[in-house]
Write a protein that binds this ligand. Structure first.
Ligand code: ADP
Ligand code: MG
Length: 450
């Protein structure tokens, strides 16, 4: 096996083990340079990648190299040509919480930037579920407009997208006071656009947006299906992009899953860095709670914190909400929170998901998620773009409602049970190996329970 083949083998193994976004980001532009005296040198495109690989993947890579070629003792990364950017030193990443940062009050939101100073990197807890998104966001603040442009962050509700976007904005406002940062949701953008059109103020609108240095658009999925908004956003995007101005976008799903997004916008979004946020593990949930009580200068026992973190798993906003209500309860009643009290209160607070769903809910959720009509989804139409959402529907009916193959076939366009079986098995198999599909399905599942 020559060096190139060796590296291809390693990349193949790595690709199987990590998410696609991760793989593309960290491994796509790497290649093996040399192997001499047991030392393998791998070329990487920039210092950021170098550091990330050194910190996170070096052991795995070395292990894999050794499996294939036992004489290898060491692996080194070198930055090659062109886009080399300075290494982001580990030490510069601040500690999880700094006292000063936590003394902030709920200050007013800045009218010009729409930034709320309460969202910072310092009070953003990192775990494996969000570290890619966090690192990319940090990267952007250090190499504005040049490292990842656009930066596209996606993930489910209440998992920290807005927090991160705002943290980037706040960091930039501090670092570059003269540069114009503007944060807004895609809905606000739409409203401003509609307003401008109706008042014949398009020139002012264009002017305003084209002067921005960093544009941060939250929840871009809301522009799905809005043609005029998409068209104008495309112009805004290009105008800024051409001038190397930084663009940061969030969404509840990856660009490819926003189905009525114009192709040209989708390919723009995919042209930069895409980072996902998934669900926090128990440890991180506990760490988040700890940082929140520290902010509030309140004392809660570890047992109680653990109890809350165990029961609220999928939404950091709910985690915080439950904590706030428990604190309020304890203050009003002048009692200490015990595990028993917590348990009782939590059972009231957590609107225990009734875990009820129906065929109708599933069809509705899938058609909304992929922006197609529910009629198209369940009828016999042979349009190619319907095949995949339909297979997902069949899979979900089987998984969530335990529907039989013939039953599903009958409900979805009078199809033969073998078609359903094929669809189910195909998706089932894919889910096991494909992290982003897993996430896509989780997002849909969130919507099918009332
Ligand atoms: P999203 O925009 O993804 O729906 P938000 O950014 O609004 O979620 O986060 C919901 C709440 O959870 C916010 O109060 C935010 O500060 C908090 N939060 C989210 N992620 C983290 C984190 N990693 N560390 C600390 N707080 C977090
Ligand atoms: Mg948000």
């Amino acid at each position: 096996m020559n060096l190139r083949e060796l590296w291809q083998t390693i990349l193949g193994e790595i690709e199987l083990g990590i998410s696609k976004a991760n793989f593309i980001t960290w491994f796509k532009n790497t290649k093996i340079h040399s192997k001499k005296d047991g030392v393998v040198t791998v070329g990487v495109p920039n210092g950021f990648t170098k550091e990330w690989l050194e910190n996170k993947y070096i052991k795995v890579i070395l292990g894999m190299l050794r499996n294939n070629s036992p004489d290898i003792k060491e692996v080194k990364f070198v930055i090659e040509g062109g886009s080399a950017s300075p290494i982001i030193s580990r030490k510069k990443i601040p500690p999880l919480f700094s006292e000063d940062q936590l003394k902030f009050q709920e200050l007013n939101i800045n009218k010009e930037t729409n930034l709320n100073p309460k969202y910072t990197f310092e009070n953003f807890i990192i775990g494996s579920f969000n570290e890619l998104a966090q690192a990319a966001s940090r990267g952007v603040t250090k190499h504005l407009g040049t490292l990842y442009n656009p930066l596209f962050i996606y993930g489910g509700v209440g998992l920290g997208k807005t927090h991160l976007l705002q943290a980037i904005g706040n960091e930039l406002a501090k670092k570059y006071p003269s540069k114009k940062v503007r944060y807004l949701s895609s809905e606000k953008y739409t409203t401003e656009l509609v307003d401008a059109i109706s008042k014949k103020g398009m020139d002012t609108f264009k002017n305003k947006y084209h002067k921005i240095d960093t544009l941060i658009i939250d929840d871009i999925h809301f522009i799905a299906g809005k043609e005029k908004t998409q068209e104008e956003f495309f112009h805004t995007f290009n105008a800024l992009y051409q001038k190397n101005k930084q663009i940061i976008i969030s969404s509840d799903r990856p660009p490819k899953a926003i189905s009525t997004l114009e192709e040209r916008l989708r390919s723009r979004f995919e042209g930069g860095m895409i980072a996902d946020i998934s669900y926090p593990d128990l440890e991180t949930r506990t760490a988040i709670l700890k940082s929140k009580i520290k902010e509030k200068k309140f004392k809660v026992s570890d047992e109680v914190l653990n109890h809350i973190a165990t029961h609220i798993q999928k939404n950091i906003r709910e985690l915080e909400g439950a904590l706030n209500r428990l604190i309020a309860f304890s203050q009003i009643n002048e009692t200490t929170l015990t595990p028993e009290i917590t348990s009782q209160l939590l059972s009231k607070i957590i609107s225990t998901p009734k875990k009820k769903t129906s065929l109708k809910n599933i069809i509705k959720a899938v058609s909304e998620f992929y922006d197609i009509s529910s009629n198209d989804l369940v009828e016999r139409s042979r349009k190619k773009e319907l095949v995949y959402p339909r297979q997902i529907t069949m899979y979900l009916i089987r998984e969530e409602l335990k529907g039989s193959y013939p039953y599903i076939g009958e409900k979805i366009g009078g199809r033969d049970h073998t078609t359903v079986m094929y669809a189910y098995q195909k998706i089932h198999k894919e889910v096991e190996n494909n992290e982003s599909l897993q996430q896509e399905i989780n997002l849909i599942k969130e919507r099918i329970y009332e």
